[in-house]
Every structure is written in structure tokens, then in C-alpha cells.
Write a protein that binds this ligand. Structure first.
Ligand code: 13P
Length: 287
């Protein structure tokens, strides 16, 4: 059964480790991540962007697929199904479809509007026992070939949003989605410490987990980060493993297409990557 991320976040924050959010795009990725979480006896959060939700037919299909897997793969570790960077409407649709957790990303709105919309969603999530993540300070990333440096959140604004009763808070600390540019100055631990000082024991979320050096990840966890999102890194290892398989098996061409064989190396690569992250984040054995 899917669970809210609330309990896993509170335990992680109190015990100084982080739970990984791994984004899913299809059946193979979902199965690989769930099996790895079970093997590692680790809680896990499955992230679904609105685009990935659409690709997988819609939120109801995603909920049906994940619930089916939990039962048929006999997954017993805590699993939250979480909307990643949701719009206001997307968040409502996921709540309706049966997600156990949502993120409302109101970081691009003026703070008053972010507060207003987050407040409404907090009310709904609380009444249904779902967890909710809010965001302050936009996370940078590549858009149309332009890489924006991540913003640093205003600690006072973080406090205002945290006080609305969200479960966890994503605060921009110079982090960026996708691969980091060579001139990236690194995470702003000064901002992270200032945010933590204001929000107390509110679990913090680090987006853009791909490519952040391990020592920075560990420092971020020590300063209150309890959830780390990883997407691009799984895509990259999946792509590389699949490409290698196709290149090595040139005789594949003209011999039909068996997805079970073609996608197996990519799935193994995702499993290895997820395990590596769970070890680094310290969530192994914490289910
Ligand atoms: P990366 O794609 O950089 O790993 O970031 C994932 C993320 O933050 C999803 O919200």
C-alpha cells in the first residue's frame, strides 16, 4: 500500500539521513526502483513529473501500475508516490487519482500567491493524510539551451511557507536540474544553514541530485536535507547501458525486438545507481 512521505521524512530528518526520490518514466524503471528499495530495506519516493504522467497515459494509470507492483512484487518497504513539480491543477488531479504525496511548485509565483495556493493544497492533503512538498526559490536548469544558475531561497520566505504546515520544503540553494555546468559554484551551504535556522525540524528537499559531489551531498544531509531527488543520473546510465547492448549485439538488427532483452541492461544499470544512492544517502536498512 502506498504511504504518505510524512513518517519517512520525519525519521530521516531526526536521524540524519535522506530518502531518495527517483523519478519514474515507465514500467521498467518503476520495477527496478521498487525491487532495489526492497533489497536495500529502504524507504523510497517515486517521483512523477506532469510530463512523465502524461507519457504513462495519465495519473490513474500510474497509480494502478504502482499499486499492482507493490502487491505482485511483494514490496513491504514504505513507498510514496509523489507528484514532482506539480502545478496547482496537476496537484489536484494527482490527489484525485490516488497519489500519496504531492509537490506544489509555486516558486515562480509572487510569494503571496505561492502562500495562497499552498495553503489550499495543505488543507486538502492534511484532510486526506497525504504529504505535501512546497518550493521556495526556483531550482535552476536547462531550458532551450540556456542553463540558469539555481536561485538561493530567502530564509524568511521559507519560514512563511514552512509555517503553512507542509510536510517538506524544497529551498533553492544554488542547485540545478540536469548536468551541472563546469562553472557551477557549488551548493550554498550558507543559505541552507540560514533556512534550517528559520524552519527548525522541517525536512528539507534537495532537487537536482544528479552530479552533486558526494561530499556536498553528505554536508547537505548533515544540515537538514532529508529528501534528495535524482532523475537525470538514472536516465544517463539507462541510456549508456542500452546503447552499449545494441552496439555489442549488432546481430539484433533484423532479428526482431524483444524488450525483455533489450531493456534488461538499462534496468540493471538503474538498480545499481539507485542502490549506490541509497547507500550514500544513508537510507539502507531504514525501512
Ligand atoms: P536531476 O534530474 O538533476 O537529478 O534532478 C531531479 C529532480 O530534482 C527532480 O525534481
Amino acid at each position: 500500500m502506498l504511504v504518505s512521505a510524512k513518517e519517512m521524512m520525519q525519521k530521516a530528518e531526526a536521524n540524519h539521513y535522506a530518502v531518495g526520490q527517483f523519478n519514474i518514466n515507465n514500467l521498467e524503471w518503476t520495477k527496478s526502483i521498487l525491487l532495489t528499495a526492497q533489497e536495500c530495506n529502504s524507504p523510497v519516493i517515486l517521483g512523477v513529473s506532469e510530463g512523465a504522467g502524461k507519457y504513462m497515459c495519465g495519473y490513474k494509470t500510474v497509480v494502478g501500475m504502482v499499486n499492482g507492483m507493490l502487491e505482485e512484487l511483494e514490496i513491504t518497504v514504505p513507498v510514496a508516490l509523489h507528484l514532482d513539480h506539480g502545478t496547482f491543477e496537476g496537484a489536484k488531479a494527482c490527489i484525485e487519482a490516488g497519489f500519496s504525496s504531492i509537490m506544489f511548485d509555486g516558486s515562480h509565483y509572487p510569494i503571496e500567491e505561492n502562500i495562497e495556493k499552498t495553503t489550499e493544497l495543505v488543507k486538502t492533503c492534511n484532510s486526506l493524510g497525504l504529504s505535501i512538498e512546497a518550493e521556495v526559490g526556483a531550482i535552476g536548469g536547462e531550458e532551450d539551451g540556456v542553463v540558469g544558475m539555481g536561485e538561493c531561497a530567502d530564509p524568511d520566505e521559507c519560514k512563511m511557507i514552512a509555517d503553512l504546515g507542509v510536510t517538506m520544503l524544497a529551498a533553492g540553494i544554488g542547485n540545478i536540474h540536469g548536468v551541472y555546468p563546469s562553472n557551477w559554484p557549488g551548493l550554498s551551504f550558507e543559505t541552507l544553514a540560514a533556512v534550517k535556522e528559520k524552519v527548525g525540524d522541517m525536512p528539507l528537499v534537495l532537487h537536482g541530485g544528479t552530479g552533486i559531489p558526494d561530499d556536498m551531498i553528505l554536508k547537505a544531509i548533515s544540515l537538514g536535507v532529508a529528501k534528495i531527488n535524482v532523475n537525470t543520473e538514472c536516465q544517463l546510465v539507462f541510456q549508456a547501458a542500452t546503447r552499449k547492448y545494441i552496439e555489442e549485439k549488432k546481430d539484433l538488427r533484423g532479428k526482431g525486438f524483444d524488450p525483455r532483452k533489450l531493456l534488461a541492461p538499462g534496468c540493471d544499470a538503474i538498480k545499481a545507481k539507485v542502490k549506490e544512492k541509497m547507500v550514500l544517502f544513508g537510507s539502507v536498512g531504514k525501512a
